[in-house]
Design a protein around this ligand. Structure first.
Ligand SMILES: Nc1ncnc2c1ncn2[C@@H]1O[C@H](COP(=O)(O)OP(=O)(O)OP(=O)(O)O)[C@@H](O)[C@H]1O
Ligand SMILES: [Mg+2]
Length: 239
């Protein structure tokens, strides 16, 4: 709901509507991400977080609206072009190729992407654990390690904005801390991110700012520090 319009925003979404067939799910999505900012997109089960990401990526049908990445309009473009412009989705469930090694999982993204920026070596520098595991089958990794690999795959696409769908889902508290540290590393690197979560406590620990989404509409926006324990959070997330 922010009406800030600085040309510094790395992601600018205006009035985006998204549909599954005739079912109108996302209504007039407005969203901003500043460079280096970690923005939480918080909402209950079925609120529209995954659909909003799908709409941004061009996986879900949209009508109208505008999506700019670093000032470039990508609404209506095919998914691969959006990815090339720097919009990267790390889907929920840390989906990786179970029957490929860690190294192979990283290499195939590079094959599909550009040829500058992120390399497997750089990913290993950020997540040394992945280097130790590089010959392991991804299917044998723990939940936290798999999430790390999923993020590594995202980085290999040279993202300007990383869309992170519910990384906390189904993970034990100790693994959550690991994911939290991982988010911290990505922030240090200056990455701009949107973190979709039902787990507001987790997300708000790391986010700079948050949007509350309900029934496919952004209902509220505030700095993360103001959201925890707020009436808005209670109203839209029922906590
Ligand atoms: N493939 C689909 N076809 C039709 N409707 C769908 C489809 N996927 C999701 N929906 C509907 O769209 C709405 C938003 O769902 P979405 O998955 O985006 O919510 P979410 O916020 O990601 O929820 P969760 O936290 O459970 O992941 C829901 O009403 C859901 O039933
Ligand atoms: Mg979802």
């Amino acid at each position: 709901m922010s009406t800030d319009r600085t040309d510094r925003d790395v992601l600018e979404v205006d009035g985006l509507d998204a549909f599954y067939g005739r079912s109108h799910v996302i209504h007039g999505l407005d969203m901003r991400v500043r460079p280096g900012e970690l923005v939480a997109l918080l909402g209950r089960n079925g609120a529209g977080k995954t659909t909003a990401f799908g709409a941004l990526m061009g996986i879900v049908e949209t009508r109208g609206g505008s999506i700019r990445v670093a000032g470039e309009e990508i609404a209506g473009a095919p998914t691969y072009r959006r990815a090339r412009r720097g919009l990267t989705l790390v889907p929920s469930g840390a989906r990786v190729f179970a029957n490929l090694t860690v190294e192979e999982n990283l290499a195939i993204v590079r094959a599909a992407g550009g040829d500058e920026g992120w390399t497997a070596d750089r990913v290993y520098e950020v997540f040394p654990k992945l280097r130790d595991l590089r010959a392991s089958m991804a299917g044998n990794l723990s939940g936290g390690e798999r999430q790390m690999l999923a993020v590594g795959r995202g980085l290999m696409a040279d993202p300007k904005v990383l869309l992170f769908d519910e990384p906390s889902e189904g993970l034990a508290p100790v693994i959550l801390q690991e994911i939290g540290r991982l988010l911290g590393r990505l922030k240090e690197l200056g990455l701009s991110m949107v973190l979709a979560e039902q787990n507001h406590r987790f997300a708000l620990r790391y986010a700079d700012r948050g949007y509350l989404i309900e029934k496919g509409q952004i209902r509220h926006e505030a700095p993360a520090a103001e959201l925890e324990g707020s009436a808005a959070l209670q109203r839209y997330l029922g906590v």
